[in-house]
Design a protein around this ligand. Structure first.
Ligand code: AMP
Length: 293
């Protein structure tokens, strides 16, 4: 695996792969790699002839009171995992390589970026969209792979890709979970043992909501109260938001069943902020709904 630190060298590698008629898959990450990231790499490997990964802890997507400086950095172990996963090129630039002095451009996907994560983390999605557009331009992928764990992020990136007529497809991959249901996240490493046990409450509340749907509940407020009830029982949990929204617009919906929907959670466990979601889709029999955790 080649490790590339500069934009110009990465562009050259992308040009060469394109000249060799490779189908390029890109998996952007912030490192501290876990099985969730590996699942994206596997998917990329299965659909593309050349897989590029990036590790870049993007400063512009962190708010002033967020965890940029303490974000876990495990570069050596990450590089080994990427090599094992069959990645051809790892792009791992320094911040000043991506944002040289005088950098002043930003990409804002209006509307979708304003609610939920965008409201709790002002400027976050502008940082994400800007760096991902740069990564797309630098690595020239045919396909880029993202996790449904960050559902609003991937929707925004799909919208950016469509609005700006980018020549690639954004692929959404399933959420990988621990055996007790906790969605894998680099931020799980912040949890102490007691918080780690408490953190399963996100999964448990989504599972309770799913069960309520199976029993026929369709009203969003009633469903939200099911999830909030489970969350309220966990003393270490503080809910930031628990909303049911259309997967397309991310606007709240009054009833589930009509259009594909997400139940989106952001919950503080101690000082660590975790997100998770449940996907609700109409099934072929219109009375039934398919729920995916
Ligand atoms: P990050 O390194 O946190 O920026 O994540 C890089 C990519 O991995 C993003 O597309 C995430 O959505 C995805 N990802 C993170 N956690 C998971 C998970 N548990 N399952 C699937 N994908 C994930």
């Amino acid at each position: 695996m080649e490790i590339i630190r500069t934009v110009s060298w990465m562009k050259q590698a992308a040009r060469q792969a394109r000249a060799e008629n490779h189908i390029i898959g890109l998996v952007p990450t912030m490192g501290a790699l876990h099985e969730g990231h590996i699942s994206l790499l596997r998917r990329a490997k299965s659909e593309c002839s050349e897989v590029f990964a990036s590790i870049f802890v993007n400063p512009t997507q962190f708010g002033p009171n967020e965890d940029l400086s303490k974000y876990p950095r495990t570069f050596e172990a990450d590089a080994e995992k990427l090599e094992t996963a069959g990645v051809g090129v790892l792009f791992a630039p320094e911040a000043k390589e991506m944002y040289p002095s005088g950098f002043s451009t930003g990409v804002t996907v209006e509307g979708l970026s304003d609610c939920l994560e965008g409201q709790s983390r002002p400027g976050h999605f502008r940082g994400v969209a800007t760096v991902v557009l740069k990564l797309f331009e630098i690595a020239q992928p045919h396909f880029a792979f993202f996790g449904r764990k960050d559902a609003q992020q991937v929707r925004i990136l799909q919208k950016m890709t469509a609005d700006l007529n980018l020549n690639l497809e954004v692929v959404v991959c399933p959420i990988v979970r621990e055996t007790d249901g906790l969605a894998l996240s680099s931020r799980n490493s912040y949890l102490n043992p007691e918080e780690r046990r408490a953190a399963t409450v996100l999964y448990r509340s989504l599972a309770a909501l799913r069960d309520a749907i199976s029993s026929g509940t369709r009203d969003s407020l009633t469903l939200q109260n099911v999830a909030r009830g489970v969350l309220a029982e966990e003393k270490l949990a503080r809910v930031d938001y628990a909303e049911i929204v259309s997967t397309d617009s991310f606007e709240p919906i009054a009833r589930v069943g009509g259009v594909p929907a997400y139940v989106l959670l952001a919950v503080f466990i101690g000082t660590t902020r975790l997100i998770d979601n449940l996907l609700i889709e109409p099934a072929s029999d219109c009375e039934q709904l398919r729920c995916t955790l």
